[in-house]
Write a protein that binds this ligand. Structure first.
Ligand SMILES: NC(=O)c1ccc[n+]([C@@H]2O[C@H](COP(=O)([O-])OP(=O)(O)OC[C@H]3O[C@@H](n4cnc5c(N)ncnc54)[C@H](OP(=O)(O)O)[C@@H]3O)[C@@H](O)[C@H]2O)c1
Length: 246
């Protein structure tokens, strides 16, 4: 991996994130929020209904390194169904590294779902490690899972600002990494709730029907500021800052 911007030179995901401390910058009413996504050159966010195979090894390494820097990881139910998650930080050494920088052993896995039609046989729910918090407006029982699971049932439409306020004020979450998907990112961006975007641009043309990294409308286009850019095996790893509320 080589850094192209701001200072060119050899690097790797761990070095890129060595001084990255998003948990030091929470707002009063929400955590610091970063989104991590991958796109093909023709703007597709999935191939064959999944994003897992879009990126190469460095993309995965960057994602795993990011997960060691946040209090919680936010996942939309569509992404959970498509990607079938396991424990968010599987490597015990990575969990120990989290503790050394003052984070909880496991990040809180936060899921937003209206229907509560979740893949309860996925390792995230069956492995028994880590913690899960589901936000829903479905009036149903809490799923029985081996992994510790809590549920927040909201009245009416779920606004992401309310989810983030709850995470900050009721659960003490200071930094949140959103791993998509496109509908969830669209809502967060529309409500001006995102601080940074980590975007992998993979040198692939996918064609066909697939979502883009944002689905849903924005009131106006958002202009992002490029903070850093790295490259490995033809993939570009960009980090952008989003504009704050107008
Ligand atoms: N390229 C990438 O970086 C990337 C990242 C992630 C995912 N993806 C791909 O994106 C696709 C999935 O897209 P998606 O847009 O469906 O994913 P998504 O944003 O993860 O999930 C959408 C679902 O989340 C729940 N949800 C979101 N906002 C809600 C709200 N305000 N209230 C209630 N429920 C809410 C709903 O779940 P219910 O249906 O349960 O009500 C909704 O159907 C997959 O193909 C996946 O592989 C790509």
């Amino acid at each position: 991996m080589r850094r192209l911007l701001p200072e060119p030179g050899p690097t790797d995901p761990a070095a890129e994130l060595a001084g990255y401390r998003p948990y030091e910058s929470p707002r009063e009413d929400r955590p610091f929020v970063a989104v991590n996504m991958i796109t093909t050159l023709d703007g597709r966010a999935a191939i064959g209904g999944r994003s897992k195979d879009l990126g190469k090894g460095t993309d995965t390494d960057l994602l795993l390194a990011l997960r060691t820097r946040f209090d919680a990881v936010l996942i939309g139910a569509g992404t959970l169904r498509a990607e079938r998650y396991g424990r968010i930080v599987r490597d015990p050494q990575a969990r120990a590294r989290r503790e050394r920088i003052g984070l909880a052993h496991d990040p809180l896995a936060v899921i937003v779902s209206g229907k509560l039609d979740l893949p309860l046989d996925a390792p995230l729910f069956t492995c028994g490690g880590g913690r899960i918090l589901i936000f829903t407006n479905h009036q149903g029982p809490r799923p029985e899972t081996a992994t510790s699971l809590r549920m927040v049932t909201m009245e009416g439409k779920i606004r992401q600002a309310d989810v983030l306020r709850h995470l900050r004020q009721e659960r003490g979450i200071r930094a949140l990494l959103c791993e998509g998907g496109p509908h969830l990112f669209g809502q967060l961006a529309a409500e001006n709730l995102v601080d940074e975007l980590f975007l992998t641009i993979t040198p692939t043309l996918a064609g066909g029907e697939a979502p883009r990294i944002i689905e849903g409308s924005l009131e106006a286009p958002l202009g992002l500021e490029l903070l850093s850019l790295a490259e490995a095996e033809g993939e570009l790893f960009a980090r952008y800052r989003l504009p704050g509320p107008a």
